[in-house]
Design a protein around this ligand. Structure first.
Ligand SMILES: [Zn+2]
Length: 232
């Protein structure tokens, strides 16, 4: 009897220890689906129509709906002007230039698809220098790519989930028919491989890291020479 009690206690201890550390296969699969759905609904869709929101520094939301992202920007600027003028906003500088307003709207405006998948506390770890942190930056990056590569598509080739993270091996394809990072369109097709890591909490993406083979993309666009043979 005593022997069995000890064995039972050991079983409980090891059992509970395992339960704390492991994540169920269902949750791991759900996390993979969240990342896949985000890529499909946000990156792989050409339709950017819908609801857009800015949470003002005063805490209130300003909402607009628009047929596309650029229309949302031009609709949001006067909507924000009206909101800021309606009550005291000591945090908002007076005499903002149209360029400054445009930049501020782009840096803070998120659409309903982003809100569906990204946490309010979203942290983007792979931003180019100078870009503001948060979900709106993910949107600016996507818009830059969609503008330059209107047929852009991201395919997931492999996904590995562990704990609260999902690692996805992706391939981005597209034709460069629009300006990209101040370079004119090259009409070149590109195929860029990348790895993205997403951390999921409460059904939303809270952190994102990415590494992409940007050098290969620049070479395919013809703006960077192919790697030369090593000198002897
Ligand atoms: Zn406000």
């Amino acid at each position: 009897m005593k022997y069995y009690s000890v064995a039972f206690c050991l079983l409980l201890i090891t059992g509970s220890g395992t339960a704390q550390q492991s994540v169920s296969a269902t949750t791991l699969n759900q996390n993979k689906v969240i990342v896949k759905s985000f890529i499909d609904e946000f990156w792989n869709t050409k339709n950017t129509a819908g609801a857009y929101r800015i949470t003002c520094v005063c805490g209130e939301n300003v909402n607009v709906t628009a047929d596309n992202y650029e229309t949302a920007v031009t609709t949001m600027i006067p909507a924000m002007d009206k909101h800021v003028a309606a009550k005291e906003h000591p945090q908002v500088p007076k005499n903002l230039t149209p360029e400054m307003k445009n930049g501020m709207v782009r840096a803070t405006m998120v659409n309903s698809v982003l809100e569906k998948f990204l946490s309010e506390k979203y942290i983007e770890h792979s931003l180019p220098p100078g870009m503001p942190q948060g979900a709106a930056s993910a949107q600016m990056m996507a818009m830059m790519f969609k503008h330059a590569f209107p047929d852009l598509a991201i395919a997931i080739e492999d996904q590995i989930a562990e704990g609260d993270k999902v690692v996805s091996r992706v391939v981005l394809t597209g034709t460069n028919t629009g300006p990209f990072m101040e370079m004119p369109a090259t009409n070149q097709q590109i195929r860029m491989t990348g790895i993205r890591i997403d951390r999921i909490a409460n059904g939303k993406i809270v952190e994102h890291w990415a590494v992409a083979d940007q050098m290969s993309m620049m070479q395919q666009l013809g703006v960077m020479p192919m790697t030369s043979e090593p000198k002897k």
